[in-house]
Structure formats: structure tokens, C-alpha cells
Design a protein around this ligand. Structure first.
Ligand code: SF4
Length: 419
């Protein structure tokens, strides 16, 4: 009897160790994907239900590592085996990394276990492509279905869709997942043809079209749950090819406009061991990724167009943020009188955010805006100073040459080093 117990315990230990080994491989393989933030996700309704992970009154939380990666979700690949050989990818067929594969049941068990221990608020699941796009997508959907239907999991689920999978599978994925995403990876078709020739047949537009077909299929059903209520997102790799920021921002703008994408994420290319010489050996500056996020935020939240942020080909400046760069290039529109200007113009002043612009407009209904009001609203005074007029202040720096002003306002080397 004792012998049987020992054998049973040993077999559990071996299984656990195998699972942990797989986890270390497949969590590591997923770290290059940044399109996993759960921000903006509406709560999945838990009304009348007490299932695990119900978000009643607690919302969905998330956090980021210092380099901007989201860590509050269990972020893993189902497998890092892949049929394809995309040259910028650590999981490409010819890469000599250790390989592993979870079963859908193992992913379910890990998710529930981490959730119960309060380590995560949900799951981000992607996969290399095995056998076929449809087979891989079926496996991903199976994980979400088991979590939602068998375990009544009401936490956050983000599934990465396989670009050319059947729209019916995408429809099913959208019924279970809060967010679906498909990675554009490279911003131009030319780069896709060069670095991912086997994948180039599926462009981002075709992939988004498949998701929309899935959405249509899903909403055709009576009383169907909302299709991926947290919307769709994508990721672009920056610096794996020579695409400039102007092209990247114009691509993002067209994705926001044509496909109602919730977010575009930018991921600075990480050189991978033994990579082919078609991709760079050095990573681009992380500041480049940061400036793209700032520019993206200005397009989504402040009404800037890609053309305004970069009027021709090229990259965003690294030493100053894109809003300051725009203001320095449009000195004729400054200084702005805070007691008269349109709210949209106030929000374009460097150092003054959208919320502060709104508060200033509310405040000026009661009194004339004075310079100290900017301090109270915690605006960035150093940046705003040369660009504003208040009742008691007119900038002496307003007449200063843009080049000198830029020198004065540029991020310090210490700030740049943080990125
Ligand atoms: S298909 Fe995806 S996982 Fe496979 S090599 Fe290409 S980028 Fe990597």
C-alpha cells in the first residue's frame, strides 16, 4: 500500500515538474508580445452569477514591468513550435530554442491555479502555428470554452487569433474572449515579403477582415454574448526592418480609422540568439518605442493626425516628445491665451494634458486664469511656460528661436537613459 502511495506521489511530482518546465519555456516565449494590456476592458457581466473571477465591484486590474510589459495576466503560448520561419521571431521553425507544448487542459488548470492565488487577473494566450491555422485556433478556442463553460471563469481573457483561421472559429473565440488581437508584426507588405515570406499572403487588412467576418457570424446568432467586448488590438515590431516612424504612424492611423482597433502596440525589436543576418543585431533605442506610444496617444486622445506629427518621411525626435516637437514647428500658433483659446488648442500646448485643458476651461467660467492656476493643476510649467499667456504672465521666451528653445526643453540624458 505504502509503495502504491509513493509511486502515486512521485508521478504527481514528475507531472508538476513537467508543467513548470513547460511554463518556463512558454512564458519566456510569450514575452515578446506586448499587445496584452487589459486597459479599457468593460467588466464581463457577473449579474446573478458567482463564478470564479467574477469582476463585480473590483474591475479588471493590470500592471506593467519597468520596460512596459503587462504582467497581471498569465501570458503564455500554447506552444512555441511553429510551421513558419518568420526571421524576426524567436519561435521560428529554424530557431534552436527549447520547445514545449501545453494541452488546453493544462492551460486551464494553470490559469485557475494562478487566479486562485491572486497572482493574475486573467489570461493572455497566443500560439505558434501547428498543423494548420484552423487546428491551432481550435485549440485556443478550446481553452477559452473550458474556462468559461466548465469552470465559470469570469476573469479577463485575451486570445491572439490566427490570421487565416476560419471566421466561424473567430466568431466562437469572440464569444468567450474579452479581447481578440492579431499581430501585424511588420508595418509594410514589402517587409513581410522579405522577412516572413510564408506569412505574407495574409496582410493585416485581410486578418482584420477575417475578424470582422467572425464578428458578423457571432452577432447573427440570437442572444449571442457581445463579441470580444474589450475590442481588438494589434502589435507592430519596431526596428526589425527599415520602416520609419512616419509609415508606422500612418499605418496605425488607418487601422484606427478603418477597423476600429482599440489599440496598436509597438514593440522594439529584440535581437534573438543565432538570428539570420536579414534582421539587425542591435535593438533600436527603447526611446523610439516610447515616442511612438506618445504619438499614438496624441492621435487617439488629442485629435492629432499622423501628418501633423511627422509631415514627411522619417522618425520622431528622440530628445523631445512629439507634442513639443509639433509646437516648436508651429511657433506661429503660440503663445496661446488661456483665457480665450479653444479647448482643443489648449490641449495642444506642451505640458498641458487633456484633463488640465478641460479644468482650465471650467475654471475660466468663474475667473480669469492666472499663471499660478497652472501650478495648482500640476501642469508641466517648464514646458508650458514659453507657449502660454495668462492674465498675469506673458512669456519672455516666446520670441526665442525654436532651436534654442528645443535645447532648453529637451529631455535630459538621465531621462533618456531611463528608456
Ligand atoms: S507565425 Fe508567429 S510564431 Fe510562427 S514564426 Fe511567424 S511570428 Fe513566430
Amino acid at each position: 500500500m505504502r509503495n502504491r502511495d509513493t509511486v502515486y506521489k512521485n508521478s504527481i511530482t514528475v507531472t508538476m515538474m513537467q508543467l513548470i518546465d513547460k511554463l518556463s519555456v512558454l512564458a519566456d516565449a510569450a514575452k515578446y508580445d506586448v499587445s496584452c494590456a487589459s486597459s479599457g476592458a468593460p467588466k464581463r457581466s457577473s449579474k446573478g452569477k458567482s463564478g470564479l473571477g467574477a469582476t463585480n465591484g473590483m474591475g479588471i486590474c493590470h500592471s506593467f514591468t519597468p520596460d512596459g510589459r503587462c504582467v497581471a495576466l498569465l501570458k503564455i503560448l500554447l506552444t512555441n513550435f511553429c510551421l513558419y520561419d518568420c526571421q524576426y521571431c524567436v519561435n521560428r521553425r529554424s530557431s534552436d530554442v527549447p520547445r514545449a507544448r501545453f494541452t488546453p487542459e493544462e492551460v486551464v488548470s494553470l490559469t485557475l491555479d494562478f487566479y486562485r492565488r491572486n497572482c493574475i487577473s486573467g489570461l493572455f494566450l497566443s500560439s505558434g502555428i501547428i498543423r494548420s491555422a484552423d487546428y491551432t485556433m481550435e485549440q485556443l478556442v478550446r481553452v477559452a470554452r473550458l474556462l468559461r463553460e466548465e469552470h465559470e471563469f469570469r476573469g479577463y481573457i485575451h486570445l491572439k487569433t490566427i490570421p487565416d483561421a476560419d471566421p466561424l472559429l473567430i466568431a466562437e473565440a469572440g464569444r468567450y474572449a474579452d479581447r481578440l488581437s492579431v499581430n501585424i508584426e511588420l508595418p509594410t507588405e514589402t517587409s513581410l515579403i522579405r522577412l516572413a515570406p510564408e506569412k505574407q499572403v495574409v496582410t493585416i487588412k485581410q486578418a482584420m477582415h477575417t475578424i470582422h467576418q467572425g464578428e458578423t457570424e457571432a452577432s447573427a446568432e440570437r442572444r449571442a454574448p457581445r463579441f470580444a467586448p474589450a475590442g481588438q488590438s494589434t502589435q507592430m515590431i519596431v526596428g526589425a526592418d527599415n520602416t520609419d516612424d512616419s509609415t508606422i504612424l500612418h499605418t496605425a492611423q488607418s487601422l484606427y480609422g478603418s477597423y476600429r482597433l482599440r489599440r496598436v502596440y509597438y514593440s522594439a525589436f529584440s535581437p534573438i540568439p543565432h538570428s539570420p543576418n536579414t534582421v539587425p543585431f542591435a535593438a533600436p533605442p527603447l526611446m523610439r518605442e516610447h515616442r511612438l506610444y506618445q504619438a499614438d496617444f496624441l492621435m487617439r486622445g488629442y485629435g492629432f493626425k499622423a501628418d501633423e506629427l511627422l509631415s514627411g518621411p522619417g522618425n520622431l525626435a528622440l530628445d523631445i516628445d512629439p507634442k513639443l516637437a509639433w509646437a516648436l514647428a508651429h511657433r506661429d500658433q503660440f503663445p496661446v491665451d488661456l483665457n480665450r483659446a479653444e479647448p482643443t488648442m489648449i490641449a495642444r500646448i506642451p505640458g498641458i494634458g487633456m484633463l488640465s485643458a478641460k479644468r482650465l476651461v471650467d475654471l475660466r467660467r468663474q475667473k480669469r486664469i492666472r499663471f499660478e492656476d497652472l501650478t495648482r493643476l500640476r501642469c508641466s510649467l517648464e514646458k508650458a511656460k514659453p507657449f502660454v499667456i495668462t492674465q498675469d504672465y506673458r512669456p519672455s521666451l516666446a520670441g526665442q528661436e525654436s532651436a534654442m528653445l528645443r535645447q532648453h526643453l529637451r529631455d535630459t540624458p538621465a531621462q533618456l537613459a531611463l528608456w
